[in-house]
Design a protein around this ligand. Structure first.
Ligand code: VG1
Ligand code: CO
Length: 542
């Protein structure tokens, strides 16, 4: 039954920050998805007879690649595949299915917050047995294999019907179609005080959740409306669509502007939230306030003990390097470990496995804990709701109280998207070559204290990741970071992360862009953004 198909390499299959992401027409080239999946399998050892989880965010082409992946898993000798009904699994739910069933690993089909459709984005990532993204040791091996691959294995069978829960057989391998929502919803119920949240909702507290026509719709409906008793219709855009309704399923102030406008309106809801294409990111808004992801991480860490799952306290916090240092102040006060890692959830896995940290976060709207090994949008939303149910204070007052206690880290990220790759690389190369001479120079009245290219040594396995972003530190603690995105599918995206700490509560009310204006000007003066790219303003400000 097994068929060996001859193939030739595609040169561009290097996994990025979170798996391989390309436009659908690229993935649809002959043998493209097959080469990558086979390169993953060829980079793994000891899976004969073992179980693989497969699921995706339901975007365009999910249905095609999921069938390909099932056939190839059978041909390569997996004993069983667990696949979400309809081919669906959110990224955090996939992580939970892997962990709960103690399986070998999983394939998650998603390009996260990137748009979907026939000419939009698709992606494949591999997760290991702990439920987390494959570490660089594996992704490097996959890329190396993809450059020399000459055959892939498949079986000749018709498509499997994934529409109903049940068990099928493909060439001797069991394919078990599982409920994508139930186990995950149970996990959330085990971590949070659902009675307290039900009480909050019953008190008239108004909540809006936008699933952005992406994967969390069925999860949010089951948890918020069915289990927690929020009114029907609380979850907006709850049906996953292959093209996300033509929108970017990216829960930020650009693509979820309507939620911001709602909470800023006179009769706005008390709490509004959203999640992304594959359900691992979150947006948190309260009446009259947007909570930045960096602040949200700090606040969740400071208040996690109010939820039953974290009642004993947290072991430590980890944040990606560009994320603001707001969480560091919480760790310091709690007397717990704090870790600074490169961008991407794969760098948190070892720390979580070792029990060194409990809560992790990234400035890009990702927060999560040791309950799975991915960031988790609904988890962050539910932890917020649990905290609000216990404290019974408005979000705005909780955030402002946090700033008053710890000081405020003003923070913004400016993205320059679709920049020609050679221009973006020239900017980074030029800046890197000048890093050594920046100390002592003055920009916009601020003196540079030091500058470097961020390197990370994993404290658990000693692996080293170099070139993870260019950092410029100023006297007084302000900071600018430059990095190139590793998730885009056309041209380059330059990310500029800007941060300033303000201890004085009388100055916490400033508007963020105004509070950071001198640093924003300094970023251009230092890196020559306009000179290199011709751009005078970012495409997206978060
Ligand atoms: C971006 C974010 C990063 C995140 C990654 C995957 O990566 O900056 O923090 O981990 O996306 O998130 P980059 O390389 O483009 O900056 V998701 O929700 O798109 O899987
Ligand atoms: Co995502």
């Amino acid at each position: 039954m097994t068929v060996t198909v001859a193939t030739t390499p595609h040169a561009d299959q290097r996994p990025g920050t979170s798996g391989l992401r390309k436009k659908v027409p690229v993935f649809a080239q002959p043998n493209y998805a097959e080469n990558f999946i086979q390169s993953v399998f060829d980079s793994l050892d000891g899976f004969a007879g073992k179980t693989l989880v497969i699921g995706g965010d339901g975007r365009y082409y999910n249905d095609v690649v999921i069938q390909t992946a099932i056939r190839m898993a059978a041909a390569n000798g997996f004993g069983r595949v667990l696949v979400g009904q309809g081919g669906l699994l959110s990224t955090p739910a996939a992580s939970h299915v892997i962990r709960k069933n103690g399986v070998f690993g999983g394939l998650v089909l998603s390009a996260s917050h990137n748009p979907g459709g026939p000419t939009e984005d698709f992606g494949i990532k591999y997760n290991i047995a702990n439920g987390g993204p494959a570490p660089e040791r594996i992704t490097d091996a996959v890329f190396a294999r993809s450059k020399v691959i000459d055959r892939y294995l498949t079986v000749e069978t018709p498509d499997i019907d994934l529409s109903a829960i049940g068990v099928h057989r493909v060439a001797g391998m069991a394919v078990q179609v599982v409920d994508p929502v139930a186990d995950y919803a149970d996990l959330m119920e085990s971590l949070f005080d659902f009675d307290a949240i039900r009480g909050l909702f019953a008190s008239g507290f108004r909540v809006v959740m936008d699933s952005m026509s992406a994967i969390t719709g069925p999860y949010a409906r089951e948890i918020l409306e069915n289990r927690l008793g929020a009114p029907a219709g609380t979850v907006l855009n709850a049906t996953p669509l292959p093209d996300f309704g033509g929108h970017h399923p990216d829960p930020n102030l650009v693509h979820a502007r309507h939620l911001y406008d709602m909470v800023m309106g006179a009769d706005g809801p008390d709490f509004a939230a959203a999640s992304d294409g594959d359900g691992d990111r979150n947006l948190i808004l309260g009446k009259g306030i947007f909570v930045t992801p960096s602040d949200s991480l700090a606040l969740l860490a400071a208040n996690a003990h109010l939820a039953p799952g974290y009642a004993k306290g947290i072991a430590g916090i980890a944040r990606s390097m560009p994320t603001s240092a707001a969480a560091d102040r919480v760790a310091e006060k709690l007397g717990i470990e704090m870790h600074e890692t490169p961008t991407g959830w794969k760098f948190f896995g070892n720390l979580l496995d070792a029990g060194q940290v409990t809560i992790c976060g990234e400035e890009s709207a990702g927060t999560g804990s040791d309950h799975v090994r991915e960031k988790d949008g609904l988890w962050a939303i539910l932890l917020w709701l649990n905290i609000l149910a216990v404290r019974r204070e408005p979000v705005k007052r909780i955030v402002e109280g946090h700033w008053a206690e710890y000081g405020r880290n003003f923070y913004t990220r400016h993205d320059y998207e679709g920049v020609e790759t050679d221009k973006a690389q020239a900017l980074m190369g030029d800046l890197e070559s000048r890093l050594g001479g920046l100390a002592g120079q003055v920009f916009e009245g601020m003196t540079v204290e030091g500058a470097d290219s961020f390197s990370y040594t994993d404290p658990v396995d000693g692996s080293v990741a170099n070139g993870q972003g260019l950092r410029i530190f100023f006297e007084g603690g302000s900071r600018i970071v430059f990095r190139l995105s590793g998730t885009g599918t056309s041209g380059a995206t330059i990310r500029v992360y800007i941060e300033r700490y303000e201890p004085d509560a009388s100055r916490h009310g400033q508007e963020t862009q105004a509070a950071l204006a001198p640093l924003i000007a300094a970023a251009d003066a230092i890196a020559g953004i306009a000179r290199h790219t011709g751009r005078t303003a970012p495409d997206v400000i978060t």
